[in-house]
Design a binder for this molecule. Structure first.
Ligand SMILES: [Zn+2]
Length: 606
């Protein structure tokens, strides 16, 4: 890995920040013992296996093996180069970095096609934005936006743009910059005419809203028509290699730090709501892109917070969506609040009608608990004067109230029911406990059934198989060599001609001696910068994360070294034993005896 930033600077940057703070911008971490744990941002998971150590200044995921130091974390999560990551972290630590970070290879780690698609989107977005803000052609579109309550600041912040009513504007624009039509069609920017296979602009005479992925790169557009004739009203980029609406949340990248800081995210149904809310100083908000909430969305959010406020449209589709989304979020143990907007307004309308302050205080600040929302939802469209519907509602409510873990909360809602329907609290409690009995019976049945089914399901492989003795020995030695330069050279002497048997371990060792040869002092976290390969970094971070005791006795050291030395002989014994069996099977007893003697010799030499 080429490091153009001087070594001392890297060291200085590392000293100035704490890896736990930096990672906390992206992942919600909880302290457990000496380390911090959270949901891994590099793979989807529901139970935290991602750990961060302040002492060691490293992170490691026991689920997917991702690991490294603060620089590699930012490099990987942002999808940027080492230099850019260092620059970012330096800024955070208030360290002056007086070198120019090269921006030519900004997406260097991506497949060529992906980086071209991103580049094309970013160039076009810039141009569309320019057309909207500064040209006569864009004046009508800008006027439309301003009349709808968009401010110039938010238009700028969200890089809203305008596409010309021409068939070949983007075609030529992209052509002139060397992008191929074929790739730009795959990227969703151009369409193909069926009759002659020629290309034309997908987006014409529309407001262009760039869509950023979770790393802040523009990967798609949502384009709104300006006239009734131009159908559909919203035209999105189709699904591409980089754009998948079930895993993209509008404004996720920008809102991330606000969500972390406030410990809550406001989820909207439409991106226009996000833009309005943002200008109303509600910055911790995101929106789904014309799709229902998915598991992937929840995983993205759950990395940052476990509190979600749903702010959906107040029509019945919105109420349905809020109920469904809430149920999914509840399965993840996320705390849910739901905003109920008055007068059938959607959030965007509300802000325009009543202003930002009212929106923040009366709407977001007054969100209902999930329980209260469910009761509100069950009531919808029911005539509670009707005996049958009333009983249905009470039963529904009792089931939901029974699920509450907090006894005080349970009683609160039971009292509300009792007041509203003039029923005694005792009667409600009685009915609830009867319902619980039947429900438990049912659940037991389900569990029994599950147990039966599970017998046929192959058990998932455990992430941590017991490690072979020589592997443990090599890791134990590496752990000590990473911390102590003299010891590293001594162990090398003890091993003599024998190398580590695991190729990756040997590779780490080679890099480690290179690192020491350059006169650097032992620092496992900084050493990670020298490993060009993710797999090697994962091993070092795991060794570091697991190693607790860096003290060692001579005896331990000798044991580990001898394990490593013995390993080739043990392998040979195994081979010989197989040969011996084969000889016996062929009734070649003379040969079998010969081999047996060799095995005895080998055993003696151990
Ligand atoms: Zn992971």
């Amino acid at each position: 890995m080429a490091i153009r930033i001087p070594e001392e600077k890297i060291n200085e940057i590392k000293q100035a920040v704490d890896i736990v703070d930096v990672i906390s911008d992206y992942v919600q971490l909880k302290k457990q013992g000496r380390n911090y744990f959270g949901l891994c941002p590099f793979h989807g998971e529901n139970t935290p296996s991602f750990s961060v150590s302040t002492d060691k200044q490293i992170f490691h995921c026991f689920g997917c093996g991702a690991g490294g130091n603060v620089f590699t974390f930012v490099t990987d999560i942002e999808g940027i180069s080492f230099q850019e990551a260092a620059e970012k972290i330096a800024k955070r630590g208030n360290i002056e970095l007086d070198i120019e970070v090269s921006r030519d290879n900004i997406h260097h780690h991506l497949p060529k096609e992906h980086s071209l698609i991103i580049e094309a989107h970013e160039l076009l977005a810039k141009f569309y934005h320019h057309l909207l803000m500064n040209t006569n052609e864009g004046a009508r579109a800008l006027d439309y936006l301003l009349k709808r309550g968009f401010t110039k600041e938010s238009i700028q912040k969200f890089k809203v743009g305008y596409s010309l009513p021409e068939w070949d504007f983007a075609v030529k624009f992209l052509e002139n910059r060397g992008f191929t039509h074929d790739l730009m069609e795959k990227a969703g920017l151009l369409s193909i005419r069926e009759k002659d296979g020629s290309y034309f602009d997908r987006f014409r005479d529309r407001l262009m809203f760039p869509l950023h992925d979770s790393k802040g790169r523009i990967v798609a557009f949502s384009a709104r028509a300006l006239t009734e004739e131009n159908q559909p009203k919203y035209l999105n980029t189709p699904e591409t290699v980089l754009f998948n609406k079930s895993s993209l949340l509008y404004n996720y990248y920008n809102a991330r730090a606000h969500i972390r800081r406030q410990g809550n995210v406001v989820l909207f149904e439409g991106f226009a709501d996000v833009i309005s809310a943002d200008s109303a100083e509600v910055k911790n908000c995101v929106a789904v892109m014309g799709t229902a909430l998915t598991e992937k969305h929840i995983q993205l959010l759950n990395r940052l917070t476990n509190s979600v406020t749903l702010c959906f449209d107040s029509d019945s589709a919105g109420a349905e969506a809020a109920y469904r989304s809430g149920q999914m979020l509840a399965n993840y143990g996320i705390e849910i609040n739901v905003v109920i907007l008055p007068d059938k307004l959607d959030p965007d309308d509300y802000i325009r009608k009543y202003g930002p302050e009212k929106f923040r205080e009366h709407v977001i600040g007054n969100a209902q608990t999930w329980m209260a929302y469910k009761l509100h939802y069950f009531r919808k469209g029911k005539n509670l004067q009707n005996e049958g519907e009333k009983l249905w509602f009470i039963e529904k409510a009792l089931v939901e109230i029974g699920k509450l873990e907090n006894a005080v909360e349970r009683e609160l809602y039971l009292r509300q029911l009792s007041d509203e329907f003039s029923l005694s609290l005792e009667a409600l409690v009685e009915q609830q406990s009867q319902m619980n009995v039947t429900r438990e019976k049912k659940q037991q049945k389900n569990i029994d059934q599950k147990n039966i089914n599970q017998q046929n399901i192959p058990q998932p492989k455990t992430a941590h198989k017991p490690l072979a003795a020589h592997l443990v020995a090599e890791r134990q030695l590496l752990a000590r060599m990473l911390r102590d330069e003299d010891l590293a050279y001594r162990i090398m002497e003890m091993l003599g001609d024998t190398t580590f048997h695991i190729d990756e371990h040997q590779a780490i060792l080679t890099y480690l001696f290179g690192y020491y040869e350059e006169g650097k002092s032992p620092d496992p976290s900084l050493f990670l910068n020298y490993l060009p390969d993710k797999k090697l970094r994962a091993i070092v971070s795991e060794i570091e994360m697991l190693a607790i005791n860096h003290e060692y006795s001579e005896k331990e050291l000798n044991d580990y070294v001898s394990h490593v030395l013995k390993h080739p002989k043990l392998l040979m014994i195994k081979e010989k034993q197989a040969e011996q069996k084969a000889a016996e099977r062929k009734n070649d007893f003379a040969k079998a005896v010969e081999i047996a003697k060799e095995i005895i010799e080998l055993r003696k030499s151990l």
